[in-house]
Each structure stands twice: as structure tokens, then as C-alpha cells.
Design a protein around this ligand. Structure first.
Ligand code: AMP
Ligand code: MN
Ligand code: MN
Length: 320
């Protein structure tokens, strides 16, 4: 494998994609709207270029996103297929193991992406990986049909928190206008990806909000196995509370710490503090203002561990 440590241009990647005959697209574990949206659009692009293209991921695609993918998902990388990875900051976070020969393409917008593939198209200024995949359509002169536009729209909408976060640019809004011209009806897309929650999810979100504790400029919520048991909800559903946790005035860093079988998964959000750096303290990573990690500790200890790192970064006040 020839691993490049430099980024490629959109033109170089477009040229490279034209050389491929059989590709499998995957994305990060715990796939979100951009992960699936960008992947679906990339699979469709490769179809349009005349290649055989499939999506593969060891985990089940969340129900609210599965309609974006053109075909059924394979759980493993088929032999003799080139692996293209979307929206994934590190090679150890891919949905299927990367073969010894390496991934052929890494298309992403995480600033800590180490350019782990043979070809890399990483643009941290993009609001979503979907925005970068849209550049490839333009470069290759492939018109966007409605299903492609819907997939890209979901990627941008979800990664920008509904066009609210600091990563949204005029360029992203211009692209969204084009996606609407290509047939996206936002109300219909929203109906398909929102309004899909359950009463169990509503309850775990309530528990998660009730468990929030403020430490000066930081707000930390912990959710434990006993909370899943009494609400009937899952770990992933509890994370739905994170945007509501961000509504507390004067808070600079929000953390959601939820128990998982191997410890605690932490999701960090901020408007001002580099939480990607905080996540890297624990072997995680992500964006500057949205990052995550997994620690082997249980939630209560994970909170103490996090507070000790935040101590030098934000004012934790004197108490709660
Ligand atoms: P989450 O809080 O899980 O929504 O993740 C926020 C951001 O951090 C996403 O861009 C993830 O890709 C990234 N991230 C989450 N967990 C990890 C991890 N364990 N290692 C590296 N990046 C992560
Ligand atoms: Mn993602
Ligand atoms: Mn993304």
C-alpha cells in the first residue's frame, strides 16, 4: 500500500474514482446521519460511474436512516472489493475491519483525521462529509437525482444540528438550496428522520436531563444501566438529550456520559472549548466542538476523571 500523508484534491479523487470497478463503502461505528447520508451518496455516485458498489457495515443501520441506502447492507467487506471510507476520523473506527492492503479512499471532515488511506479527501471546513461528496458530484459532472440529494441533505442537516452549529457556512446553505432544487422536500425528510422516537426514548431523555449536574461552566449528565432498565430504553437513545443539555445559560462544555458494556461512552459538546483535545486525553477524538471517547470506568468515576481534565480548561466553580 502506498500511504500518503498529504491530502488529495477533489480533481485527483474524481480521477481516481473513475478507475474503480468494484467498491464497498463503509463508515464509522455508531453511524449517524452524515455517516449514512454521505455513504449512500457515494454508493450512488459509483453506480453512476458504472462501478459495482455496495455499502457494508458490521452494525445494523439505524432504522431512521436505512431508507437512504439504495440496496441492502452487507455485514462484511466482500473479497476483491476496494474499500472506500466516509466520515470516519480513524482507521480503527470503520464499520468493517480495514484489510491489510488498507482503505483506498478516506473522505472526511474531522480535523484530527491522520489521512490513513491510499487516497485522502479531508476538509475540516466542510460542515459534513456529505458536503465533500457533493463536490465530487460537481467535479465529475454527475447530476444529483432526488434520492442522492436527500442523502446529502440528511448529512448536512444532522451534522449541523439543523443548521445551528458553528460549522455551517454560506457555501453549505448554497448547496442546500441546490439540494432543494434537486427535489428535496425538507418537511418530508424531517418526517422520516424525526418523529420516530418511542416513549422509552422520551423517558430516558427525561432521566438524562434530570441527572445533569452543573460544575461552574461545565454540565455533566450520567446515565447508567439501571436507568436503561427502568425506562426500557437503550444507551444510544439516551444521547438524544444532548442538545437539550446545551440550553443551560453560561455553560461552556456539556458532557453526556452513558454506561456501555465496556465502560462509559462520553459525548462532549461546546461552543468555545476544544473538546476534541479533551476526548483525545481518553483515546477518543472528533471535532473541535463535538467529540467523543470511551473509557473503561463506570459513569460516576468517568465523571470524576473528566472533571480532573476539565479543571485546567474551564472554570468548574466551587460546587454544583
Ligand atoms: P458523538 O458524541 O458520539 O456524537 O461523537 C461526536 C464526534 O466525535 C463524532 O464526530 C465522532 O466521530 C467523534 N467520536 C466519538 N467517539 C469517538 C471515539 N471513541 N474516538 C474518536 N472519535 C470519536
Ligand atoms: Mn459522523
Ligand atoms: Mn460528519
Amino acid at each position: 500500500m502506498t500511504t500518503r500523508t498529504t491530502n488529495n484534491t477533489v480533481g485527483e479523487i474524481a480521477e481516481f474514482l473513475r478507475t474503480l470497478d468494484r467498491v464497498a463503502v463503509t463508515t464509522h461505528v455508531g453511524a449517524d446521519g452524515d455517516a449514512i447520508g454521505a455513504s449512500a451518496a457515494l454508493v450512488r455516485l459509483m453506480h453512476r460511474l458504472g462501478a459495482e458498489a455496495v455499502f457494508c457495515h458490521a452494525e445494523a443501520v439505524p432504522d431512521y436512516l436505512s431508507w437512504l441506502l439504495p440496496d441492502e447492507t452487507l455485514r462484511e467487506l466482500p473479497p476483491e472489493y476496494d474499500l472506500l471510507v466516509a466520515d470516519t476520523s480513524r482507521a480503527d473506527r470503520t464499520g468493517v475491519p480495514v484489510p491489510d492492503a488498507g482503505a483506498r479512499l478516506n473522505v472526511d471532515h474531522h480535523e484530527d483525521n491522520p489521512l490513513y488511506a491510499e487516497y485522502n479527501l479531508v476538509n475540516p471546513r466542510a460542515a459534513a462529509t456529505a458536503e465533500i461528496v457533493a463536490d465530487l458530484y460537481t467535479e465529475l459532472g454527475v447530476p444529483m437525482d432526488r434520492p442522492t440529494a436527500e442523502a446529502l441533505y440528511v448529512g448536512i442537516k444532522t451534522d449541523t444540528g439543523g443548521f445551528n452549529f458553528r460549522n455551517i457556512s454560506p457555501r453549505a446553505h448554497e448547496l442546500v438550496a441546490d439540494l432543494l432544487r434537486a427535489g428535496v422536500v425538507p418537511a418530508e425528510v424531517n418526517e422520516r428522520i424525526n418523529r420516530r422516537g418511542s416513549i422509552e426514548q422520551l423517558r430516558i431523555v427525561g432521566v438524562s436531563l434530570a441527572n445533569a449536574v452543573q460544575y461552574g461552566d461545565a454540565l455533566i449528565s450520567t446515565v447508567e444501566n439501571s436507568d436503561y432498565e427502568r425506562t426500557g430504553a437503550t444507551e444510544v437513545e439516551s444521547k438524544e438529550s444532548i442538545d437539550q443539555l446545551r440550553t443551560v445559560a453560561g455553560v461552556d462544555v456539556v458532557a453526556h456520559l452513558r454506561e456501555v458494556p465496556n465502560g462509559t461512552k462520553g459525548s462532549l459538546r461546546s461552543e468555545t472549548v476544544d473538546v476534541g483535545e479533551v476526548a483525545r486525553h481518553f483515546g477518543g477524538g472528533g471535532h473541535r466542538l463535538a467529540a467523543g471517547y470511551t473509557t473503561p470506568r463506570r459513569p460516576g468515576e468517568a465523571r470524576e476523571e473528566l472533571l480532573s481534565v476539565l479543571e485546567g480548561i474551564v472554570d468548574l466553580g466551587g460546587g454544583q
